[in-house]
Ligand binder design. Structure first.
Ligand code: ZN
Length: 253
C-alpha cells in the first residue's frame, strides 16, 4: 500500500489549480451520518443481501423487494442529514472561483444543501429526491411518494400510468444518464486537477473519469480512507478524515 503524502504538500498543489474537478463518493457523507457501502461499517459489508435491493431486475420482478425498498427509503438517514465540513470546503472552492465541477456518485443531495451551485453538481448515480416511473418516465418529488407510503400505499404506483415507481437513482443493471456522463467526461478532460473525495473508485464508469483526467494531464489527488485501484496514477494520496483534511487543502489556497 502506498504511503500517504503530507497534507501541506497536497495543499500547495491544490493552491496552484484553478479548474478543480471534485469526484465525491460515499466517504464524504459518512460524517453526515449516511453509511457507505463497502467501508468497515458499510451497508453491503454488514448485510450483503441488501445489495439485491439495488438491482433493477429484482425491483421490477419482485413486489417484496419494492415493499422493502419503500420502507428503506422512508427510514433513510438522508432526510435528516446535514452537510459536513468536507461539503462546505467544496463550496469554499467554488466561492474562490476555482471549482470546475463536482462529479458525485452520491444520491444524497448534500452538495446542493451545503450551498454548491446545482448546475455544477453532476449526479452520476441520480438522486434520491425524485421518483421516476419505470414505464412512462414521469418524474416527481420523492416526498410525494413517501407521503403516500405513510398514508398506507405500500407500493405507490405512477399517478399517470399506473407503472412502477422507483427513486431516480441508478440501480445495478441500469445505464447511467448519457447526458450527465458526457458532461462529466468533458469536465474530467478539461479540469486542471482532479480531487477524489471519499470514493473507493470501485464502480465504473464513474471511477474511469479519474483515469480520463489523469490521461488528459491533470494531477489526481485521492483522499479516501482505504486504498483505491487508482492510487498508482495519483499525484498525491491522503488517508485522513475528509471533514478534517478537505478544509485544510482549501485553506492552503
Ligand atoms: Zn408512469
Amino acid at each position: 500500500m502506498r504511503a500517504p503524502d503530507e497534507p501541506a504538500d497536497v495543499a500547495a498543489a491544490v493552491a496552484e489549480a484553478s479548474r478543480i474537478a471534485v469526484m465525491s463518493g460515499a466517504g464524504i457523507s459518512t460524517e453526515s451520518g449516511i453509511p457507505d457501502f463497502r467501508g468497515p461499517e458499510g451497508l453491503w459489508t454488514k448485510n450483503p443481501g441488501s445489495e439485491r435491493l439495488s438491482s433493477l431486475q429484482a425491483y421490477r420482478d419482485d413486489p417484496e423487494v419494492r415493499l422493502r425498498s419503500w420502507q428503506a427509503r422512508l427510514a433513510h438517514p438522508v432526510w435528516d442529514a446535514r452537510p459536513n465540513a468536507a461539503h462546505r470546503a467544496i463550496v469554499a472552492l467554488e466561492e474562490a472561483g476555482r471549482l470546475h465541477a463536482i462529479l458525485t456518485q452520491n444520491i444524497d443531495g448534500l452538495h446542493q444543501r451545503a450551498g454548491s451551485n446545482p448546475s455544477l453538481v453532476l449526479e452520476l448515480h441520480g438522486s434520491m429526491f425524485d421518483t421516476v416511473c419505470l414505464s412512462c418516465g414521469d418524474r416527481r418529488p420523492m416526498r410525494e411518494a413517501l407521503d403516500r407510503v405513510e398514508a398506507g400505499e405500500a407500493d405507490p404506483p405512477c399517478l399517470v400510468c399506473g407503472g412502477i415507481l422507483k427513486s431516480a437513482t441508478i440501480s445495478f443493471g441500469q445505464s447511467l444518464d448519457m447526458d450527465v456522463l458526457n458532461r462529466a467526461r468533458e469536465a474530467a478532460v478539461t479540469c486542471d486537477l482532479m480531487l477524489v473525495a471519499g470514493s473507493s473508485l470501485a464502480v465504473h464508469p464513474a471511477a474511469g473519469l479519474v483515469g480520463l483526467a489523469a490521461r488528459a494531464g491533470a494531477p489526481v489527488v485521492i483522499c479516501n480512507g482505504s486504498e483505491t485501484p487508482y492510487d498508482g496514477l495519483a499525484a498525491y494520496v491522503l488517508r485522513d478524515r475528509l471533514g478534517k483534511v478537505l478544509p485544510e487543502l482549501v485553506r492552503g489556497s
